[in-house]
Design a binder for this molecule. Structure first.
Ligand code: THU
Length: 130
């Protein structure tokens, strides 16, 4: 479903996207995660010459949020400067699902402040659980 992107999350994304470190793919991604109290945490992708060590923006945002003391999340906005809007990868969905109680909405930013509005459960209906 299409929706207006949450404006404050989009502004943070635009302010931080150039901090992404993506010299190998050239695909800079930023993620902004809002917790249940309204606190917003930002992450960018961080690549490495040993490619497999690359960490996606979504997990950097999540780990920042966990470090900040947050545990429950309401909204995640993901933005990239490239032509292909970044739907979170499977590893990031699994990481997010660890903390999801069913209320996380995922916004994938497209052009002109328009987002695809998705749920975590639609993208990862059967997360791994111990
Ligand atoms: N990437 C993200 O940061 N988030 C996504 O949702 C998709 C992919 C990064 C990983 C890598 O640095 C680059 O985008 C190309 O895959």
């Amino acid at each position: 479903m299409e929706a207006r992107c949450p404006e404050d999350l989009l502004s943070l994304a635009l302010a931080y996207v150039d901090n992404a470190y993506a010299p190998y793919s050239g695909y800079k991604v930023v993620a902004v995660l809002r917790d249940e109290y309204g606190r917003a945490y930002v992450g960018v992708n961080v690549e490495n010459s040993s490619y497999g060590l690359t960490v996606c923006a979504e997990r950097v945002a999540l780990f920042n949020a966990i470090t900040g003391g947050s545990r429950r999340f309401k909204e995640l906005l993901v933005y990239s400067k490239g032509p292909n809007p970044p739907v979170p990868c499977g590893a990031c969905l699994q990481s997010l699902s660890e903390f999801d109680d069913g209320s996380l909405r995922i916004y994938v930013a497209k052009a002109n402040g328009v987002c695809d509005s998705l749920t975590l459960s639609s993208l990862l209906p059967r997360p791994f659980r111990l």
